[in-house]
Design a protein around this ligand. Structure first.
Ligand SMILES: *Cc1c(COP(=O)(O)O)cnc(C)c1O
Length: 385
């Protein structure tokens, strides 16, 4: 039998073309490397794409989340509701300000926060809900908004994974008091490092501008510090990349959707492997990662990696990370749906320019590993008899 050569397929890879390189190098020929015209251009273009009045670009998605919490005046003694099935920053942003993340379990279909379980966690201390659109699938915005309104809570949309995703035809990031996106190289578009806050609220906008830049008074002089702020600035070099990526975002999202479709076509026939939730009439997915569900996930992951297929266990439950167990008393069994899902999820290599040959290789390896594990399982069963 002809043996396929072992190849190395990365988990993700940024989509950088000639125009991106040109955009970055041309900024280097100007004297504006920070707080310059590219920053403004990026923010304006981004706000327009999402459909909000304002956007504030910062140095990471985590910084963007932090400034949302800060601008909403959330602090010591306050509680913030969030799902445990996410990237750790979604919960940590509350900790930065001395507030407490209160977890609410997810629903098994979309992996997003379960709206039916939110109200039982609301107390007098609850100030906000961080709504994550996990893996680029919009959360149940309407149901969540209704609850927030009833209990007078703020909404921060953590749409870091969902650039361009839509809930009932409206882009995520426009449903809350403020929302964030992120531009690490594994995201749909990148600025190397970076993040952005979007909002329609002028007060939040102005506070974020000030906090981003050492608490400066945004209208007055350079060294007029009104409050304690940070250096969360993003450079114009990064913003130039942001602009050139954003200009072709529709093409990027389409390409990613096609990669996801091709994967699903190849994998949906494999019995025992569950392919990811894709767009419905009301929920338009923006493809951040391609996550399948498999039994024996941990073994699956090791075996795939040995075959050169880089993959990952997105996401381990936040409440079961060391800090949250030790400092917040969380333990196994606290959020059973999240824990059950989290044991089965496996992110496959996924990027904008992934070609069919690489996908075919990945799917072949997935198939082989799956068969191998099934065989092993049936042998163990026979022995037991
Ligand atoms: C990527 C991501 C962030 C922000 O990450 P940074 O690395 O700080 O840019 C926040 N929340 C979620 C859910 C993410 O996936």
């Amino acid at each position: 039998m002809r043996k396929m050569k072992i190849r190395k397929i990365p988990l993700s890879s940024p989509f950088i073309e000639k125009d991106d390189i040109k955009a970055v190098t041309s900024v280097l020929k100007t004297r504006w490397l920070s707080l310059g015209p590219k920053l403004r251009e990026f923010e304006e273009l981004f706000a327009k794409f999402i459909g909000t009045r304002y956007a504030v670009a910062v140095n990471s998605g985590t910084s963007a989340l932090h400034l949302c919490v800060k601008a909403l005046g959330i602090g010591k003694g306050d509680e913030v509701i969030v799902a445990p099935f996410s990237f750790v920053a979604s919960a940590n942003c509350a900790l930065f300000e001395g507030a407490k993340p209160v977890f609410v379990d997810i629903e098994s279909k979309t992996f997003n926060i379960d709206p039916e379980k939110i109200e039982e966690k609301i107390t007098k201390k609850t100030k906000a809900i961080v709504v994550v659109d996990v893996f680029g699938r919009p959360a149940h915005k309407e149901a969540i908004k209704k609850i927030a309104k009833k209990h007078k809570l703020k909404i921060i949309e953590d749409s870091a994974e969902a650039l361009g995703a839509e809930y009932k035809g409206r882009k995520v990031g426009t449903f809350g008091d403020c929302g964030i996106f992120a531009f690490y190289p594994n995201k749909q578009m990148t600025t190397g490092e970076g993040g952005i806050i979007v909002t329609n609220d002028k007060k939040i906008y102005e506070l974020c501008l000030s906090y981003r830049n050492q608490g400066r008074n945004i209208k007055s002089r350079w060294l007029d510090h009104e409050r304690v702020g940070y250096n969360y600035r993003i450079s114009d070099i990064q913003c130039a990349l942001g602009v050139s990526q954003l200009k072709k975002i529709k093409r990027i999202l389409k390409k990613r959707e096609n990669v996801a479709k091709e994967y699903t076509k190849r994998l949906k026939k494999v019995k025992g492997i569950r392919t990811p939730f894709s767009s419905t009439k009301d929920l338009k997915v923006s493809w951040f990662v391609y996550v399948i569900q498999v039994p024996e996930r941990d073994e699956f992951l090791i075996k795939l990696k040995k075959k050169g297929v880089q993959c990952s266990n997105y996401f381990p439950p936040i409440h079961l990370t060391k800090h949250y167990k030790k400092e917040h008393g969380h333990k196994k069994g606290d959020f059973p749906v999240c824990e059950k899902i989290s044991k089965t999820t496996l992110a496959l290599p996924f990027y904008t320019h992934m070609n069919k040959k690489d996908m075919a290789y990945v799917c072949e390896q997935v198939n082989d590993v799956h068969k191998e594990l099934l065989k092993k399982k049936s042998k163990i069963k026979k022995k037991k008899k």
